[in-house]
Design a protein. Structure first.
Length: 230
């Protein structure tokens, strides 16, 4: 298993332990981008197709293919691009669950995000992995982004390059209160100033979707949701 690396946010200087996501090669072997230790992470401001992908070689069959470049959402709301090595591909066997998880779950199987629809699919798969069943489009459409719902939960996905705002978080929380359900927020571009603080006050779990399709928790309610599940 590849060891996680320490990633420092240049905006707020927080340090994070980051584990590369695992995606299957066409041959079935797990492939993860090898992270470059000691290299500084770069804030993502403007997205380009070329910068969002990296070419990796499968260690089992030798196939070279394009994979989503690893990204990490910092607590301050900054989205970071994690540097990778070239021409190597260690093979983590799974994505580890938090140490506080009550019961082990199978490894989450992500889908790479190339479109807004992929982001919604990734969020729906993650909600099912957490234990929510019958995930569907929400009856009540959010002011921005796309809404999902299941028994006991409402979720909002912001698949654009616009960071989710404090108002977005509050609207989702109000909807969850109306429906007597939990709430979860997924964002592709992170969160604007104040959104995370408000989410912490309201107990709304926040996740950043990396391009590999793996939601990364960015606040304590998200960590608790992963640990406890639905």
């Amino acid at each position: 298993m590849a060891e996680p690396v320490r990633v420092r946010c240049p905006a707020c200087l927080r340090e994070h332990l980051y584990q590369p996501a695992v995606l299957p090669c066409a041959c079935g072997a797990p492939v993860a981008p090898p992270l470059l230790r000691g290299a500084a992470a770069e804030p993502v401001s403007d997205r380009t197709w070329a910068d969002d992908w990296v070419t990796l070689r499968c260690p089992m069959c030798g196939r070279r293919d394009r994979w989503p470049r690893p990204e990490l959402g910092c607590d301050c709301g900054t989205l970071l691009r994690v540097p990778v090595q070239s021409d190597q591909a260690p093979v983590p066997s799974h994505i580890p669950l938090p140490r506080t998880a009550a019961t082990p779950r199978p490894a989450f199987q992500p889908v790479a995000i190339r479109t807004a629809r992929d982001a919604v699919t990734a969020a729906a798969l993650y909600l099912r992995w957490l234990g929510y069943r019958d995930v569907r489009r929400a009856d009540q459409r959010p002011v921005s982004g796309i809404g999902l719902a299941a028994q006991g939960v409402v979720a909002q996905i912001e698949p654009s390059v616009r960071p989710a705002t404090e108002r977005d978080v509050e609207c989702l929380w109000l909807q969850s209160m109306t429906e007597s359900a939990a709430s979860v927020f997924f964002s592709l571009a992170g969160y604007a100033d104040g959104a995370r603080t408000r989410a912490d006050e309201l107990g709304v779990p926040l996740f950043v979707l990396d391009l590999a399709g793996v939601p990364q928790p960015v606040n304590s309610p998200a960590d608790e949701l992963i640990a406890s599940g639905a």
